[in-house]
Design a protein around this ligand. Structure first.
Ligand code: ZN
Ligand code: ZN
Length: 353
């Protein structure tokens, strides 16, 4: 089934005449159009892409098979006109794709057409096809090369911000569209901050530095975390690092299709909890990655969704000790028919630089 066919199956299941797609990643996934604004409308027979003046030419080039309709910045009136002209009685919208204000305006303008919240459009993106996987693999390879490159800059006296800039610049020069998210460089005591953005702190000696970074290649993201020691690792550094690595290995060995996201999470969490550090692993084990850096399914204690071959998820256990430091190790994997394939090749033995 094509991507549009899968949306139409969603329509039929909920007795909808059409669906409006506002979420940018879903819009890109369906249409190919990568502009920053626009709404896709899928009916039983038609596919319309509503864009403002800035994007008419681009949309026509990027979204073959879609009828491009020019709309004013406020598309409400045109949507109403289309709904009336085609006698669309029940129109779905993404419950997490509209602001309350947008919903309110649209619902009033469309009357008597009913506006129906739809969940699950994102889910159409969970299983990746060969082209998507190829883009993700390239984004991973660029980040892996970035990790090799940046090791030469990891030494006492260098600012976290400088490291982030060098890494991002390098990845761009290797062909990345941009960085996948704000690069995290967290050194010394800051390494206990799971999302410590690169600061003006200068790297010291005999301390951890955690780097969390990724590249975007033709819309698709990669996501990698490595923690290294600047100088010499203490026994405590080794103990915490080995624990996180053991937890990640347990997860990588056990992740396979048919288990729920929460079971995948438990594979790593059990190892950390048994070592008495469960309270210091306060986030989920991982998340889906694709057109968005964070998408479904998640690997977390509450995720009931089942893993299937073709899904791409991170595996990123961490242990964070406030006032001392922390370790996270993150790889990107694709679920295969009998397990998972680790896409990340960056080394993960404890490095002392
Ligand atoms: Zn990450
Ligand atoms: Zn991540």
């Amino acid at each position: 089934m094509t991507r549009v066919d899968r949306v139409r199956a969603l329509l039929a299941g909920q007795h909808l005449d059409a669906i409006l797609i506002h979420n940018p990643e879903n819009r890109t996934y369906l249409t190919g159009f990568v502009g920053s604004a626009g709404v896709a409308l899928v009916t039983g027979r038609e596919t319309l892409l509503l864009v403002d003046f800035r994007y008419v030419e681009q949309a026509a080039a990027e979204a073959p098979g879609w009828e491009v309709v020019q709309v004013p910045r406020q598309a409400t009136d045109i949507v109403t006109e289309i709904a009336r002209g085609r006698e669309l009685r029940r129109v779905g919208f993404e419950s997490d794709g509209l602001t309350y204000k947008q919903y309110d305006e649209l619902a009033v303008a469309l009357r008597p057409t009913e506006l129906v919240p739809v969940a699950g459009v994102d889910r159409l993106r969970w299983i990746k096809d060969a082209d998507e996987l190829a883009r993700i693999r390239t984004a991973v390879a660029i980040a892996d090369a970035g990790f090799t490159h940046i090791q030469g800059y990891l030494r006492p006296g260098v600012q976290e911000r400088e490291i982030a800039l060098e890494l991002e610049f390098y990845m761009r020069r290797q062909g990345a569209d941009k960085e996948a998210f704000e690069t995290i460089v967290a050194s010394g005591v800051r390494s206990s901050l799971p999302h410590g953005r690169a600061s003006e702190r200068v790297l010291g000696g005999d301390e951890f530095v955690t780097l969390d970074f990724g590249a975007v290649v033709r819309g698709y993201h990669s996501d990698c975390t490595r923690t290294v020691v600047i100088g010499d690792a203490s026994p405590r550094h080794r103990e915490i690092y080995d624990l996180v690595l053991a937890a990640q290995r347990a997860a990588l060995q056990g992740i396979r299709p048919g288990i729920a996201g929460r079971d995948a999470d438990a594979l790593a969490r059990r190892v950390i909890t048994e070592a008495g550090q469960g309270d210091h692993f306060g986030h989920g084990l991982g998340h889906g990655v694709g057109l968005a850096i964070h998408e479904g399914p998640t690997l977390s204690p509450r995720e009931e969704a089942t893993l299937e071959a073709g899904m791409v998820v991170t595996v990123e256990p961490g242990v964070y000790l406030p006032g001392w430091g922390g370790v996270r190790i993150e790889d990107l994997v694709v679920i295969t028919p009998d397990g998972c394939d680790d896409l990340t090749a960056a080394p993960k033995h404890l490095m002392e630089l």
